[in-house]
Design a protein around this ligand. Structure first.
Ligand code: CUA
Length: 327
């Protein structure tokens, strides 16, 4: 049997925070819930007591009880107690909002820009020269070294919302506006999230994940992502796939660094195989799913904006063989 806490850890619960802002928010949420529960118990208890204590008994004449016309003490009590509770909630909330939103960015912070697209996430690390999609890699902080990641949030089409519940509260990505948030995971792991603002047909499959890694591992990931794609693969099928890729519309939507493919409307595929999923979490990134995706993306993600290429199976196989070399 799972304990409640273990269950919270395995799902994307705000009550299992792993990152500094999420921890602050979770403790505020617990305090608000506890206070609300106390109010509920007191008020509900008084109502239940009155219902039982003052109910009509058999043989009793149903008549109006004696009426009370005003009581200064009772009115003072039911005004001041709620006011005090609201002030407590206001101060506690204001403090957490300030701590999260006004946190100054340390000099060593990682910077990433997240761009909401229908229906995937473009992820750029401008200072590191890395471009990827849907899976945000960040370093883990410990009690000695803080390594937060500061995010700049933008959108190219409609409003989206970036939410990885165990890592931070949600923040919207709004066209023509720039929002900011930060994350600071304290433990390594993959944390699941999801677009949290309805943004069209495939809002449901606009999934995202944060991969929190120890700093050395994060640095290796950055180093690997900065590499251009290898030149023509040795395998003849993959080499043929590369020609298909560069000779068709693939290249006008996708970038593969180091080739003539510099399209910007779809995810950067330079290191496609370093990602765990395709279609922004629509399917695991394995050969047969990748093949189904290239053949007809709509099969895996209905309404997806990537068109089916309508090409012969032989070319699909070549394309997939090429994509599998993009590590
Ligand atoms: Cu993007 Cu919902």
């Amino acid at each position: 049997m799972l304990t409640l806490q273990q269950a919270a850890d395995t799902v994307s619960s705000i009550f299992a925070p792993v990152s500094t802002p999420a921890m602050k928010e979770a403790s505020l949420a617990r305090m608000v819930l506890a206070l609300s529960l106390a109010v509920f118990v007191v008020v509900g208890g008084l109502v239940a007591y009155s219902v039982v204590r003052f109910r009509a008994r058999p043989g009793e004449h149903a008549s109006e009880p004696p009426q009370v016309y005003g009581s200064a003490q009772i009115e003072a009590a039911w005004t001041s107690v709620p006011v005090i509770l609201v002030v407590i909630l206001m101060l506690a909330t204001g403090r957490v909002i300030h701590e999260v939103q006004a946190a100054p960015q340390p000099a060593n912070a990682v910077e990433a820009t997240i761009i909401g697209r229908q229906w995937w996430w473009e992820i750029r690390y401008p200072k590191l020269g890395v471009v990827t999609a849907n899976e945000l890699h960040v370093p883990v902080s410990d009690s000695l070294v803080r390594l937060p990641t500061y995010l700049t949030l933008e959108s190219t089409d409609v409003a989206h919302s970036f939410w990885v519940p165990r890592v931070a509260g949600k923040t919207d990505l709004i066209p023509n506006r720039t929002n900011h948030m930060w994350v600071e995971p304290r433990e390594a792991g993959t944390f699941l999230g999801q677009c949290a603002e309805y943004c069209g047909t495939q809002h449901t499959l606009m999934l995202l994940r944060i991969v929190a890694e120890p700093p050395a591992q994060f640095a290796r990931w950055v180093e690997q992502q900065r590499q251009a794609a290898a030149t023509a693969p040795a395998d003849p099928v993959a080499a043929a796939g590369r020609r298909v890729f560069l000779g068709t519309v693939c290249a006008s939507c996708h970038t593969v660094a180091g080739t003539a493919a510099t399209g910007k409307s779809g995810p950067d595929l330079t290191h496609l195989m370093s990602r765990a999923t395709i279609g922004s979490g629509a399917a695991p990134n394995v050969r047969d799913r990748l093949r189904a995706w290239v053949r007809n993306p709509d099969d895996l993600k209905h309404g997806v904006l990537m068109p089916a290429m309508q090409i012969d199976d032989q070319y699909v196989d070549q394309l997939v063989a090429y994509l599998l070399t993009l590590r």
